[in-house]
Write a protein of this length. Structure first.
Length: 158
């Protein structure tokens, strides 16, 4: 039983970390070249901040995923898991839309949908395991900041 839980915990950690790593890998070149040429607001953090912040957030998402996954099987748990994977899908695609495709306005629209989906995920997680919901508050706050940053970059480069 312990081995099964440890395995599930590791898998739950690896899922968001792998999505983040793949997204970062696919967009790294553009963050070093194209993104460097954009006009950015004064509150744009240095590039070196993003990796550690996102890694921490993906780890918190993985822990929260495990807490929900490890809860009794029922409809609220199932719904929470579905919403988790929908928001993770949106999270992955934002980077490609913004960095790879250079579609700044579409990226703004997409991150706003992501933001709403994170709120919905937190609500769903709260119904299953309240601590899992609280673990995603930093993620919501960071995506709130990233939304303002994305809107600003779009506005400065239209």
């Amino acid at each position: 039983m312990i081995v099964k839980k440890i395995t599930a915990f590791i898998i739950c950690l690896l899922i968001p970390l792998a999505v983040g790593a793949l997204s970062g890998y696919l967009t790294y070149g553009e963050t070093q070249t194209w993104f460097a040429t954009l006009n950015k607001p004064s509150f744009n953090p240095p590039n070196k901040v993003f990796g550690p912040v996102w890694t921490s957030l993906y780890m918190l998402m993985g822990i929260s995923l495990f807490l929900v996954w490890n809860s009794p099987r029922n409809w609220p748990r199932q719904k929470a898991l579905i919403i988790f994977f929908v928001q993770l899908f949106l999270n992955f695609w934002w980077s490609l839309i913004f960095f790879s495709f250079h579609l700044l306005f579409i990226a703004v629209a997409e991150i706003l949908v992501l933001w709403l989906m994170i709120i919905y995920m937190i609500i769903c997680f709260r119904r299953v395991k309240p601590v899992a919901a609280w673990l995603n508050v930093p993620y919501l706050l960071w995506v709130s900041f990233a939304s303002v940053l994305s809107i600003s970059i779009w506005y400065l480069n239209r």
